[in-house]
Design a protein around this ligand. Structure first.
Ligand code: COS
Length: 388
């Protein structure tokens, strides 16, 4: 548990792990079965400070930066990926777009409630016809007096059904397209014309609500523009970069949980007269998991360091997401193999872990997109683009 981090971060990890062990672990199975995280748990997590870990204290955050945020995501995802996803979508991309480029006034208006968990944020980019091709969005924002009128639909929005503040990307200059003609708006749940859809029924992450969002002539005051008019695409790309690093941290926690469960079971399960831990086939799987996890841990913490120290990190963030999600998928698959039929039982955690892990290779940019991001960074001089 001591990862050679400064003592204040080890203390943060201990504090978070204690809460997660006592308050979240006992209800993780029920969260999956009921497809909901109890609002009371969200409230208590807000009191402890989960919702504002990386943000400055002046907004009610913990001031723990990306490193603290990665520690939290790792610890949460070890135990309950649904809760980790609610927090990750809230902090890593939802609040982050406001924090990166929002005006001071807008930050002061929303961030204290967002950092305390009194309000939940969402990040609305994806549309029916724009997923990996983020610049293909069609949602419009038309200036009318002192307001913009938002019209269109977003899809697959994490926290959609529960979000109070939704950061939305829409075209303010359709002729220019998203790259140069799109703007981010902070929209409040209560505003007329805004309707979140019903939670999607998904393979995993049952407690993390995802839905479409309908915007039917939603009037947004000009002061709720996040960042500069026309530069919203870059604001969203920057938030996604940070989200990808923390997602790597989450997958690290998931992979570590798979390893620990596998070691426990290999020591317990007797076959051919001795624990299966004695079998080389099992040992090899465990050794491969441990080696991959160690490499991922080094990458995640180095990337957090790059972010906290203002160094370039886009390539490394893409690697965190790519390496992390594939490592976590391989680890839970091996854990399932080691557990045999028991791994398929809904009474144990492996089956839930298997269902919860798969999405990490898809959301916040598919792994194919991560490869494009990494290659573009490596070959910048060549001007690699996927669009003409
Ligand atoms: N970080 C910061 N800025 C970025 C960026 C990144 N990762 N990727 C692109 N940009 C900037 C570029 O620098 C460029 O800025 P300028 O106009 O100032 O030069 C602008 O954004 C447009 O870049 P580009 O032309 O390369 O964009 P493309 O349309 O070709 O798309 C990809 C690039 C594919 C990388 C982008 O569409 C993407 O990330 N797609 C995945 C979206 C996603 O993650 N969806 C998941 C759902 S949201 S949870």
């Amino acid at each position: 548990m001591n990862y050679d981090l400064p003592p204040e971060y080890n203390a943060l990890r201990r504090m978070l792990r204690e809460f997660i062990t006592e308050e979240i672990a006992p209800v993780a199975k029920k969260i999956d079965e009921d497809s909901v995280v109890p609002p009371e748990l969200i409230r208590r997590m807000g009191d402890v400070g989960f919702f504002g870990v990386p943000f400055p204290r002046e907004y009610g955050g913990m001031g723990a930066g990306e490193l603290g945020y990665c520690i939290m995501m790792e610890e949460l995802n070890r135990v309950c990926p649904s809760v980790a996803t609610i927090i990750g979508a809230h902090i890593g991309i939802g609040v982050m777009s406001l924090y990166l480029d929002g005006s001071k006034a807008l930050q002061q208006k929303y961030m204290p409630d967002l950092c305390s968990g009194r309000k939940i944020a969402a990040f609305a980019l994806t549309e029916p016809n724009a997923g990996s091709d983020a610049a293909g969005i069609q949602m419009r924002a038309t200036l009318e007096g002192d307001s913009y009128i938002l019209d269109g639909q977003k899809m697959w929005i994490t926290n959609g059904p529960i979000a109070d503040v939704i950061n939305v990307l829409a075209l303010t200059d359709p002729a220019l397209g998203a790259r140069g003609g799109a703007t981010v708006f902070a929209v409040e749940r209560e505003w007329a014309g805004y309707t979140p859809g019903k939670p999607e029924s998904k393979m995993g992450l049952h407690g993390s609500p995802t839905s479409l969002l309908n915007f039917d002539e939603v009037r947004v005051p000009r002061e709720n523009v996040v960042g500069q008019i026309g530069l919203g695409f870059v604001t969203f790309m920057k938030a996604l970069d940070i989200g990808r690093a923390s997602l790597g941290a989450a997958t690290l926690g998931g992979a570590q949980a798979s390893l620990e469960a596998s070691i426990r079971w290999a020591r317990t399960r007797q076959q051919f007269g001795r624990p299966i831990a004695h079998m080389q086939s099992i040992q090899f799987m465990i050794a491969d998991m441990a080696a991959e996890i160690e490499a991922l841990r080094a990458l995640v913490y180095r990337t957090a360091w790059l972010i906290d120290n203002g160094r370039p990190f886009i390539k490394e963030a893409g690697m965190c997401k790519l390496l992390g999600s594939e490592t976590a998928s391989r680890c839970i698959d091996r854990a399932l193999q080691i557990h045999g039929a028991l791994g398929l039982s809904r009474d144990f955690t492996i089956e839930r872990g298997f269902r919860d892990a798969r999405i990490s290779e898809i959301f916040e940019g598919t792994n194919e997109i991560q490869r494009i991001v990494i290659a573009s960074e490596l070959m910048q001089g060549v001007g690699v683009r996927i669009r003409p």
